[in-house]
Design a protein around this ligand. Structure first.
Ligand code: TXA
Ligand code: MG
Length: 320
């Protein structure tokens, strides 16, 4: 199905969404906008469809996928939702938060989705196009970011095609993504404790203060103790293919400068120093820097607070 032919680009209106649903139904691959980044969706209950995701991305088979659902009730068909998980889902879904929960034995999903782990990553996205698609199909959607494995995540349809044209059946064009960074990933343990596996748009420290549970780890703690549970969180992801110098106050010769606040550049994440705007623009600036003639990239310092933690996490990986 996904082969030599060029990828069909559809406007994400009712007609485009209906056509995308039909492609998914027969096991095809569709790039879909979400509020975080564009996802590469396939039906999660089909081993063949899920295998196509791994093949199109060139993704190693030990790196599991996030399953996208309409709501907590649908999530409960595939994963065990404890009281803590239900309370978090109740507050944050639909939205840019992925929960890692015990996989149900009777989930009936393609085994490759969870790459053999006893857990499942699930998320109910907020983007109207992804939600409309989930309403039209009677299966959940496995969807990693819609880029070749290890490269920069896509925040518009053009980024998707630059990476996957001809390798997927269709891309729904819904304009740029609002958040611009992948979802926060939070594991909910059997004892109700929480572990942040990937920082993202949802601030886990603020979330913790809203719910009755103990935060036992942070993404950094999880990297340091050697027990990396999110295999995709290894260094050297998000690679723009050129050396990246962080915390730069001015460009050196041969550098494409990405600015922030007072620090100017060919591309600025946010000239007013707004971290939400910087998150939304990060990947587009990295795509521009990757495409430019400059052999190297420099990036201004970003405050390590709120969503700035997630921006710095991605920048460290881009520089690794
Ligand atoms: O915002 C997002 O999360 C986007 C949109 C499309 O929803 N998706 C996304 O997927 O970023 P991906 O595949 O690029 O990143 C998923 C991450 C990977 O690091 C993977 O290792 C981790 O989730 N993951 C998946 N299942 C897991 C599990 N059972 N336990 C721990 N980590 C898991
Ligand atoms: Mg990804």
């Amino acid at each position: 199905m996904s082969g030599k032919n060029a990828t069909e680009v559809l406007l994400a209106d009712a007609q485009g969404i209906a056509r995308a649903a039909a492609i998914l139904e027969r096991g095809g691959l569709v790039a879909v906008p979400t509020e975080t980044v564009y996802g590469l969706a396939a039906r999660a209950d089909s081993a063949e469809a899920v295998a196509r995701i791994y093949a199109a991305k060139g993704r190693p088979d030990f790196n599991p996928l996030i399953v996208h659902v309409r709501d907590a009730a649908q999530a409960a068909e595939y994963a065990e939702l404890s009281e803590v998980a239900k309370s978090i889902a109740g507050q944050e879904w639909p939205g840019p938060l992925t929960l890692v929960l015990p996989l149900r034995e009777d989930a009936g999903l393609a085994p490759a989705v969870s790459a053999g782990l006893p857990t499942l990553a699930v998320r109910a996205p907020a983007h109207p196009v992804m939600r409309a698609l989930l309403e039209q199909v009677d299966f959940p959607l496995a969807a990693p970011s819609a880029n070749r494995s290890g490269f920069i995540s896509p925040t518009n349809a053009e980024h998707v095609l630059a990476s996957l044209d001809g390798r997927i059946d269709c891309a729904l064009d819904g304009g740029p993504c609002e958040k611009g960074l992948e979802s926060t990933i939070l594991a909910v343990r059997h004892d109700g404790s929480l572990e942040e596996l990937r920082p993202g748009p949802i601030d886990v420290v603020a979330l913790k203060s809203r719910i009755n549970a103990e935060l036992v780890g942070s993404a950094d703690a999880c990297m340091h103790d050697g027990s990396i549970e999110s295999p995709g969180q290894l260094a050297s992801h998000y690679a723009p293919g050129k050396p990246v110098r962080l915390n730069a106050l001015a460009p050196e010769a041969g550098e494409f400068m990405i600015g922030f606040g007072e620090v100017e550049g060919e591309c600025s994440l946010s000239s007013s120093g707004d971290l939400g705007e910087a998150a939304a623009r990060l990947y587009d600036c990295l795509h521009q820097a990757a495409r430019s003639a400059a052999p190297r990239i420099a990036v201004a310092p970003i405050p390590d607070e709120g969503v700035g933690r997630a921006i710095n996490d991605r920048l460290r990986r881009a520089a690794a």
